[in-house]
Design a protein around this ligand. Structure first.
Ligand code: ATP
Length: 442
């Protein structure tokens, strides 16, 4: 499976090449139209990906010339376009181009398009070999585990996205443990928790006397993680000036300590995480587009706990075993299990863990009941009436589903379709939220 890539921008080109190689494609990357043209004439490519703006040619001219010269042996072409050139891209689509993506785009989206256009590849399924569940038992999480193991072996840099408390750092550690540098350090830093100057010193270290209070030389996390994995948590919260420095460090694989002059070579695997929408931050000018492409070569999404109900009791039991250390193990009554399943868990695994921690501290019983976990109102009605975020989300969800059911006269198939979820998922939600098909609380 070979792709021809024409992209004059070094960062974009490298990100695309890295990502597609990770996906198992061979990539020939050209920066000049003439070179790509010659390679395409020689044949052997499944898809041609090209920037629409090139220094030596316009995408428009190039495409028409290739069509004339190669005819049906021209592979499907996907153009990368900026907002300013969408019109040209649409014209090219009409002229026979296969597709286009608009910057800033999600690499996953482009990979999907390429996959659809190219023949399916035959990667070794052993690379996806099973392992005991660590990140969850829900199918979505089993897929995430397989993906992380495969990426770890490939030594890829990864961006983990997901709501707060969903287990991003845990997943980063899992990734680290499955990589070649597993015996090497795993170092985590929260980019949102520090001021700009503190973050700079934290990332790159400082020399003695670099600033007031710098009485000793300090190695930054880049140096500490050398040979292993550096986990940059909340990368979306990194101040813009630091983003410039970070990008330079990643590109050049070198850092310089604050107050120092000698560049230090660094080789490590970078895992970044964010609960924010990086693409939206790019559009708002709060996150650099070039850094976005650099850290977002491969994105792994961890779904919120409410989207994977299979994981709720599995994690609850795990946390109980873990928290019981030393004291007799605790179990859950059936009502407690049902109450746990009814919650929307906006704080995800962290919230679930805290909930059990609190219950263990306060209730001196072997089998925890619903009342040990939640307030009486929640237990009795399945519906919290306090002003917490979880209550609010649950109310909204219930309300929305009831209305949809009413609009569709209680027909499950069309209601599920209108909500964009499966029938099974709708039944589960209705059961969890206590709604009957006529929209009333059951
Ligand atoms: N697979 C797991 N097994 C056991 N515990 C887990 C797992 N994943 C997460 N946890 C626990 O859940 C809590 C939240 O996990 P973690 O810190 O990884 O989430 P996060 O998404 O990085 O959160 P934030 O966005 O706030 O940084 C932690 O207490 C962690 O120990």
């Amino acid at each position: 499976m070979k792709l021809c890539l024409l992209e004059d921008d070094a960062i974009m080109g490298e990100s695309l090449r890295d990502r597609f190689e990770m996906e198992g494609y061979g990539v020939d990357w050209f920066r000049r139209a003439g070179d790509a043209e010659r390679a395409l004439a020689a044949g052997g490519y499944q898809v041609f990906i090209s920037d629409i703006r090139l220094p030596d040619e316009t995408g428009d001219n190039l495409f028409r010339r290739l069509q004339r010269a190669l005819g049906t042996s021209l592979p499907p072409v996907i153009f990368i376009t900026g907002y300013g050139s969408i019109e040209t891209a649409v014209t090219l689509l009409k002229a026979g181009a296969a597709d286009y993506v608009v910057k800033p785009f999600d690499l996953d989206e482009l990979v999907r398009k390429v996959r659809e256009l190219a023949q399916p590849d035959d990667r070794d399924p052993a690379a996806l070999a099973d392992d005991s569940p660590r990140l969850g038992v829900a199918p979505a999480m089993r897929r995430v585990e397989a993906q992380l193991r495969r990426l770890a072996v490939a030594g890829a840099s990864v961006l983990i996205v997901g709501e707060s408390g969903v287990g991003k750092e845990y997943a980063a550690r899992y990734f680290h443990e499955h990589g070649a540098g597993a015996a090497r350090p795993f170092v985590a830093v929260n980019c949102g928790a520090l001021t700009e100057s503190l973050l700079e010193a934290e990332l790159f270290g400082h020399e003695r006397g670099a600033f007031t209070g710098a009485q000793r030389m300090k190695r930054g996390v880049f140096e500490q993680a050398a040979g292993g994995t550096l986990f940059l948590d909340e990368i979306g919260d990194m101040p813009l000036p630091m983003q410039v420095r970070l990008l330079r460090a990643i590109q050049e694989r070198q850092i310089t300590r604050v107050g120092g002059e000698t560049p230090i070579d660094i080789s490590l695997t970078l895992v970044s995480a964010t609960h924010r929408d990086l693409r939206a931050l790019v559009a708002a000018g709060e996150f650099r587009e070039d850094l976005y492409y650099r850290v977002n070569t491969v994105q792994v999404r961890l779904p919120p706990l409410r989207e994977r109900p299979e994981d709720i009791l599995w994690f609850a039991r795990r946390f109980l075993d873990e928290l019981a250390a030393g004291s007799p193990p605790r179990g859950l009554s059936r009502k407690a299990e049902q109450a746990l399943l009814r919650q929307p868990w906006p704080g995800n695994l962290r919230e679930l863990r805290h909930c059990l921690e609190r219950a263990i501290l306060l209730a001196d019983v072997e089998i925890l009941d619903a009342g040990d976990l939640f307030d009486a109102e929640v237990v009795e009605t399945g519906e919290a009436i306090s002003e917490g975020l979880s209550d609010y989300l649950q109310h909204c969800e219930r309300d929305h589903i009831r209305r949809a059911l009413a609009r569709h006269a209680g027909r499950i198939t069309s209601t599920a379709e209108s909500l964009g979820i499966s029938r099974k998922n709708l039944w589960e939600k209705m059961r969890k939220l206590g709604i009957s098909a006529d929209g009333s609380s059951g």
